[in-house]
Design a protein around this ligand. Structure first.
Ligand code: AMP
Length: 397
């Protein structure tokens, strides 16, 4: 399936005020410095196409989860980074989106770019308030959604505004949907998915959905221990989701040899989040030999080998979620191993955003992957087969 939505190439944009919803929700350090500008660079093709066509580009984004106007969450550092990347001025406009902002926009030159202050300074944004969406819409002639990372939320700037303006997709949105969509609907086989992270609960629908599509489903990370428990193994103090034990049993009983689970684990006597990793004693054991007072914190080397073999034989690999508590180096080898195997593979490799994307980036594997999604939550919902409200609201081709 490639995307059946209109894009910026399907409409006339020259001289128009084009409202572009981008996802500039970038990570920052404690001083507000941007630590990863991937989401900004990913939006450049859309912005540059529009400026090249002589559109007036009005960018909208959120940052963080502010409660009302919160200086900490200003988009100022982002407007500065964007100026550097675009090599042209980017005016940051007031959060009131009122008369002065409207006048500024009316006086923009063709090809000029402005950024509106954090849209989540307004509680009406997340409430998808129609009055607020209408106010936003009055700042533009056309609406473009390029914020894949926010497309699973029906907010005023992702969904509400589409009721008032002709609405199309940007290039990043199209790229994300094309990669994820063709991997799911028309994958080169063997097709393998790898899931990790903490909670089974968050991934039930994605497990169900993926099992109907993939040749192999690898489950690692904290969520694997509920499956190990379902097999009857002692998992000690490892993460356990009792309410989904039956679900895991059912999946084990019905998935045949599609499901691949870790065979060994790096276990620890303490949790590194509680005491720091230096205080953690570690051992490598088979998953059948976890002592009652220890917890599994990473997949072990035999599991990495097993997963890497599966990955090397695949033609399409989709990965979401770390294999262990990768925030600490003692428990990051499993996640590094999976990223390395994907980087070494000739397959179409797609990372579904979030922690696994951050890990791949940090390890320097980014340009070895076919596609790294800018949206963790959005790509998970897409993999679940859900319709994303921010996409559904755009005009069909
Ligand atoms: P999620 O948000 O569900 O993708 O989970 C990401 C989190 O899972 C990261 O913060 C990891 O530290 C955590 N995680 C992964 N494996 C384990 C594990 N074996 N035990 C505890 N936490 C884990």
């Amino acid at each position: 399936m490639s995307m059946n939505k209109k894009t910026i190439e399907d409409i006339e944009v020259t001289g128009k005020r084009v409202l572009v919803r981008v996802d500039f929700n970038v990570p920052q350090d404690e001083h507000g410095a941007i630590t990863d500008d991937n989401r900004i660079t990913a939006a450049l093709p859309t912005i540059q196409y529009l400026t090249g066509k002589g559109a007036k580009v009005i960018l909208i984004s959120h940052l963080g989860r502010p409660k009302g106007v919160t200086p900490k969450y200003t988009l100022e550092p982002i407007s500065i980074r964007l100026e550097e990347l675009l090599e042209q001025p980017v005016e940051l406009l007031d959060e009131d989106y009122g008369i002065e902002v409207a006048e500024f926009i009316d006086n923009m030159e063709n090809g000029q770019v402005v950024l509106l202050e954090n849209v989540r300074f307004h509680p009406q944004e997340e409430a998808n308030d129609p009055e607020f969406a209408k106010r936003l819409s009055m700042l533009g002639d056309i609406y473009v959604n390029d914020a894949f990372g926010t497309a699973h939320r029906a907010h005023a700037s992702t969904e509400g505004v589409t009721h008032f303006l002709p609405s199309v997709a940007g290039f990043l949105m199209k790229k994300e949907l094309d990669y994820l969509g063709s991997a799911l609907d028309n994958p080169k086989r063997p097709f393998i998915a790898i899931l990790g992270g903490a909670k089974v609960k968050d991934k039930i629908s994605v497990i169900k959905q993926l099992l109907t599509k993939v040749d192999k489903l690898i489950v690692g990370g904290g969520m694997a221990y509920t499956f190990q428990k379902a097999k009857g193994y002692e998992i000690g103090k490892s993460l356990f989701d009792a309410s989904n034990l039956e679900f895991c049993k059912e999946i084990l009983a019905t998935s045949g040899d599609k499901l691949i689970l870790p065979v060994d684990a790096i276990i620890t006597d303490k949790n590194p989040f509680d005491v720091g990793q230096e205080a953690c004693e570690t051992k490598t054991v088979s998953v059948t030999e976890i002592p009652a007072d220890w917890e599994g914190a990473d997949i072990g080397p035999e599991s990495v080998k097993l997963f890497a073999e599966a990955i090397s034989g695949a033609e399409t690999v989709v990965w979401n979620g770390p294999m262990g508590i990768f925030e600490y180096s003692k428990f990051a080898d499993g996640t590094i191993g999976v990223a390395q195997a994907m980087a070494d593979s000739h397959a179409i490799t797609i990372i579904g955003g979030g922690d696994s994307a951050a890990a791949a980036q940090k390890l320097g594997f980014s340009d070895k992957m076919t596609h790294i999604s800018t949206g963790g939550g959005a790509s998970l919902e897409f993999l679940e087969g859900k319709e994303l409200p921010g996409v559904a609201a755009l005009q069909d081709k």
